[in-house]
Design a protein around this ligand. Structure first.
Ligand SMILES: [Zn+2]
Length: 201
């Protein structure tokens, strides 16, 4: 994953800061320390165990704070430069089986989204949460929906109906603006009604 947030303006994209990366290595070490010193059931654990536990907690806090800082700084710029903000309304899934890196990225996305919504509302911006389904499959130009989900490594969206070609995430960002009821710049003839997901979804 390269980006935490993709916007319709290149200048406002937020690259993945990888705050979790260095921490992940340390975390693994402390967790091994905890495992080695694991107390019996119902016992509090020795000094070493408690110390490792404290380090894990401190590390979690530090990474969370870094994420929040990055998210707030970014949100400030976005809110300063835009009156209307459409945000995809989804919750990252913190799957138990996903990798540490994936979990870190999801946590960063959640923190960033929260910061943007809070900052936007605080400054009186028109913030709209949009339906998250099919944002990667719909064409921001003609509203047609692709029959199949694009494989993740495919970074370019190509519409079979109208031939519109766009970086994948940029197309999604524009689809979101359409869903919010706005017409993104440079997208002519796009119909917000067509870009809406079906009622059944
Ligand atoms: Zn199209």
């Amino acid at each position: 994953m390269k980006q935490i947030a993709t916007t319709t303006s290149d200048a406002h994209d937020l690259p993945h800061a990888q705050h979790g990366k260095a921490a992940t290595r340390k975390l693994a070490r402390y967790q091994r320390m905890m495992a080695r010193r694991k107390p019996g059931k119902g016992l509090p654990g020795g000094k070493g165990y408690q110390a490792a536990k404290k380090r894990v907690a401190r590390l979690y806090k530090k990474v969370a704070r870094q994420r929040q800082d990055t998210g707030r700084k970014w949100a400030k710029t976005v809110v300063r430069d835009h009156d209307r903000i459409a945000v995809e309304d989804f919750r990252p899934k913190f799957l138990a089986r996903s990798s540490m890196a994936r979990k870190a990225a999801d946590a960063a996305i959640a923190a960033t989204k929260r910061a943007l919504i809070e900052m936007g509302r605080k400054h009186g911006r028109d913030v709209r949460l949009v339906h998250p389904a099919y944002t990667t499959m719909d064409c921001a130009h003609c509203g047609a929906r692709a029959k199949h989900r694009m494989p993740l490594p495919e970074r370019t969206y190509t519409c079979i109906a109208c031939g519109f070609v766009s970086p994948r995430d940029k197309n999604s960002a524009r689809v979101m603006l359409l869903r919010a009821g706005w017409n993104p710049d440079g997208v002519e003839g796009a119909s917000p009604a067509k870009a809406l997901p079906p009622q059944a979804a």
